[in-house]
Design a protein around this ligand. Structure first.
Ligand SMILES: Nc1ncnc2c1ncn2[C@@H]1O[C@H](COP(=O)(O)OP(=O)(O)OP(=O)(O)O)[C@@H](O)[C@H]1O
Length: 247
């Protein structure tokens, strides 16, 4: 069911589209025909309780899990033949759950490790751009990844993903485990990225800020999309939050 999004608002072809995506871990199926679309410049939230398939959807997009069925298309082309690093190079950036910065590289080295020239005008980020967004990273430039606080590691994880010059950035639980003030910094960064025109797919347990920044939401339940719609439509349906999101 789609709510709150008028059909004439979405006439352009989507950047990313998932069509009937199925994925499994061994014999255990986790996704059962997920359909999802993200348009250029759009911020989309993926919601659902623990274990409903959000991270599996991300892994399926990024080529970290082979599709069991269906397809993922980027600018109208199937990503199925590509492996993970080719998908990243095509313009999809991931800030993974758990951050995963290189512990034995400095902040600067972490950022430069993923840097690449921008494939399209406007998508590229320099070290100075990253430091401008996160001044704390400039101060910590020579520190090793393993010596950073959780918040600094998260900023670094976002910076690293941006250095790959993505046109779509996926953030999987980017504010998890962070102090409220640092969480605020991360949300401000997400809003700034949206204003810069980056397409975003955000998974996060903090529904308040998520509803403010996201244009549309998808709710996953047991590996399938049970609802999709705008933030306003979701605000108008508190039972959805109670039944499917549990916040
Ligand atoms: N590596 C794995 N091996 C086997 N099963 C897995 C694996 N990762 C996830 N699953 C299972 O796949 C299903 C979907 O999990 P997934 O991690 O995608 O959920 P999620 O919505 O991201 O939840 P969470 O917020 O807990 O990460 C769950 O039943 C989970 O137990």
């Amino acid at each position: 069911m789609t709510e709150g999004v008028r059909s004439n608002e979405r006439t352009a072809a989507p950047l990313l589209s998932l069509r009937r995506v199925e994925a499994a871990y061994g014999t255990s199926q986790a996704l059962f025909g997920v359909d999802l679309e993200i348009h250029a410049g759009e911020c989309v939230a993926l919601l659902g309780r623990n274990g409903m398939g959000k991270s599996t959807t991300v892994k399926s997009i990024m080529g970290l899990l082979r599709l069991r069925g269906g397809d993922v298309e980027w600018r109208g082309r199937s990503l199925r033949p590509l492996v993970a690093h080719q998908i990243a190079r095509a313009g999809l950036g991931l800030v993974p759950e758990g951050r995963r910065v290189f512990p034995n590289l400095t902040v600067r080295e972490n950022l430069l490790a993923t840097a690449r020239p921008s494939p399209s005008r406007g998508a590229g980020w320099s070290l100075d751009d990253i430091y401008g967004m996160f001044p704390r990273l400039r101060e910590r430039e020579r520190n090793l990844g393993c010596h950073l606080s959780g918040g600094e590691q998260q900023m670094l994880a976002i910076g690293r993903a941006l250095m790959t010059a993505p046109e779509l950035l996926i953030l999987d639980e980017a504010t998890e485990g962070l102090a409220p003030l640092v969480r605020g910094d991360i949300w401000r960064c997400i809003e700034l990225l949206k204003r810069r025109g980056l397409a975003l797919l955000v998974i996060d347990k903090n529904l308040g800020p998520l509803m403010r920044v996201a244009d549309r939401h998808y709710i996953l339940e047991k590996g399938a999309v049970v609802w999709r719609g705008s933030s306003q439509a979701l605000r108008d349906r508190p039972e959805l939050v109670r039944d499917y999101i549990g916040m």
